[in-house]
Ligand binder design. Structure first.
Ligand code: SAM
Ligand code: ZN
Length: 376
C-alpha cells in the first residue's frame, strides 16, 4: 500500500494514496484498502470539541480505520489514559500502528470484530463511526460504556432514517414511516429512539446531549446512565409524528394510529417510533460553546461556530421544523423570508436541519397566518 502524509487537526496521518485507487479519474474512499474520508473532517472536528467537554480518561474508537479519531482525541484533547483503536481489517490496524508511532501516541491496537470487543472492554467514551447504519453496534457500545460515560454514533444511511427507503427504515430502526416535510429532523429522532430502546434492554438510559445533521450524515452523542426507571422514563418520550400531505397539519402521539387530517379528512403520513424530547442538553451545548475558543486552529472553526449559534437558538423548540416553502405552496402564496416569519411569530428560530425551515413552539395555523400577512 502506497501511503501519503496528510495533516488533520494536530495529527500527521499516513493514508493510502488516493491516486492508486482512482477509477476513471474518480475516487471513493471505500475503494482504498483502508478508509479515510476528508469529507468527514467536520464530523471529527466537532467530535474533538465534544470529547474536550467530556474529558474521558478512557476511549474506544471501535471502527477506527486509519486511527484518525482516537489519535485526534488523544493529541488535541489530552488526559486520555487508555486508548483502544480497533478495526477488523488487518490492513487498517497495520496502518494505525504506523500512525500511532508517527504521532508518539500510546494506544492499544486490536484487530477484532467491534461487537465482540465491546462486550469485553469498558470505557468512558465509545465512538461508533461505521459505514452506513450504526444499528449493528448500538447494543454492544451501550454495554461497553461505563455509568455516566458517553457514546457517539455517526449514521450515513439517511435514506433509511428519513424514510426514503421504508423497508430499510423498518429493518434497521423498527420504523413504520413515510417521508415527512421535516424528514431531516424526523430521521435523527428515529435514530435516537432506536438507541434509547436498545439501551433500555440493558436497563440503561441514553440521554441525547448533542445531535446534528451535516452534508450526508447524522452525529448523535448520548450520556448513558444505569437504571431501569430512568430507561422507562425515556421510553415514554417516544412516539409517532403525523402530517397531512395536503395542508401540512401535524400531530404527535404516543401510539401508532391510522389518523385522518381533521381539516382535510385524508390519511395523514406517519413516522415513528421517534424521540419526541430535546435533541440538545443546554448545559452540554454551552460547554461546547465555551471550549470552542481552544480550537481556533481548526479549518472548520467558523463553520462550527455558526452551527453552534443556530443550534443554541433552535434548541429552545422541541417541535419539528416547519418548511416555509411547502406551507406557502399549500396556501398558494409566495415564500416569505425566514427572518420575517421568525419576527412575525415572536418565538421562533432558524434551524440547521434545513435552510428553508423554521422552528417554533407555535402551531401551524399561526405560521400560516404569518405567511398570509407577509404576502398579502
Ligand atoms: C467508516 S470507517 C471508519 C472511519 C474512521 N472512524 C474515520 O473517522 O476515518 C468504518 C470502519 O469500520 C471497520 N469495520 C466494519 N465492520 C466492522 C466490525 N464489525 N468490527 C470492526 N471493524 C469493522 C471497517 O474496516 C472500516 O475501517
Ligand atoms: Zn390536512
Amino acid at each position: 500500500m502506497n501511503l501519503i502524509e496528510i495533516k488533520e487537526g494536530k495529527v500527521s496521518l499516513l493514508v493510502p494514496n488516493p491516486k492508486d485507487y482512482e477509477k476513471n479519474g474518480k475516487f471513493d474512499p471505500s475503494w482504498a484498502p483502508v478508509f479515510y474520508n476528508p469529507r468527514m473532517k467536520l464530523n471529527r472536528d466537532i467530535s474533538v470539541l465534544i470529547v474536550s467537554v467530556i474529558k474521558p480518561k478512557s476511549i474506544i474508537d471501535a471502527l477506527s480505520a486509519s486511527g484518525i479519531r482516537g489519535l485526534r482525541y488523544y493529541i488535541e484533547v489530552g488526559g486520555v489514559e487508555k486508548l483502544i483503536l480497533n478495526d477488523k481489517n488487518p490492513l487498517a490496524t497495520e496502518l494505525i500502528r504506523k500512525n500511532i508511532e508517527k504521532n508518539k501516541v500510546e494506544a492499544q491496537i486490536t484487530t477484532r470484530d467491534a461487537n465482540s470487543l465491546l462486550y469485553e472492554v469498558k470505557a468512558e467514551f465509545v465512538d461508533i463511526d461505521p459505514f452506513g447504519s450504526p444499528s449493528p453496534f448500538i447494543l454492544s457500545s451501550i454495554n461497553s460504556v461505563i455509568n455516566k460515560g458517553y457514546v457517539a454514533f455517526t449514521a450515513t444511511d439517511l435514506s433509511a432514517l428519513e424514510c426514503s427507503s421504508k423497508s430499510s427504515a423498518r429493518r434497521k430502526y423498527d420504523l413504520i414511516c413515510d417521508k415527512l416535510s421535516f424528514s431531516k429532523e424526523a430521521g435523527i429522532r428515529g435514530l435516537i429512539a432506536k438507541v434509547i430502546r436498545e439501551s433500555a434492554i440493558l436497563e440503561k438510559a441514553a440521554y441525547p446531549v448533542f445531535s446534528f445533521y451535516f452534508d450526508y450524515y447524522y452525529r448523535v452523542v448520548f450520556r448513558v446512565e444505569s437504571g431501569a426507571k430512568k430507561a422507562d422514563n425515556l421510553l415514554s418520550k417516544q412516539g409517532y409524528y403525523y402530517e397531512c400531505p395536503k395542508c401540512g397539519l401535524r400531530e404527535a402521539s404516543e401510539y401508532l394510529e391510522k389518523k385522518k387530517c381533521p381539516k382535510c379528512g385524508i390519511d395523514m403520513k406517519k413516522y415513528g417510533p421517534a424521540w419526541l424530547g430535546t435533541l440538545w442538553e443546554k448545559d452540554f451545548v454551552e460547554k461546547m460553546r465555551d471550549k470552542l475558543n481552544d480550537f481556533s486552529y481548526l479549518d472548520n472553526y467558523f463553520t462550527i461556530n455558526k452551527l453552534l449559534d443556530i443550534i443554541i437558538k433552535e434548541s429552545k423548540y422541541d417541535n419539528p421544523y416547519y418548511r416555509i416553502d411547502i406551507l406557502s405552496s399549500y396556501l398558494k402564496r409566495n415564500i416569505p423570508k425566514r427572518e420575517y416569519i421568525i419576527k412575525c411569530l415572536g418565538s421562533a428560530s432558524v434551524t440547521h436541519f434545513d435552510y428553508r425551515g423554521i422552528k417554533s413552539d407555535k402551531g401551524m395555523d399561526e405560521v400560516n397566518e404569518c405567511i398570509k400577512k407577509l404576502t398579502s
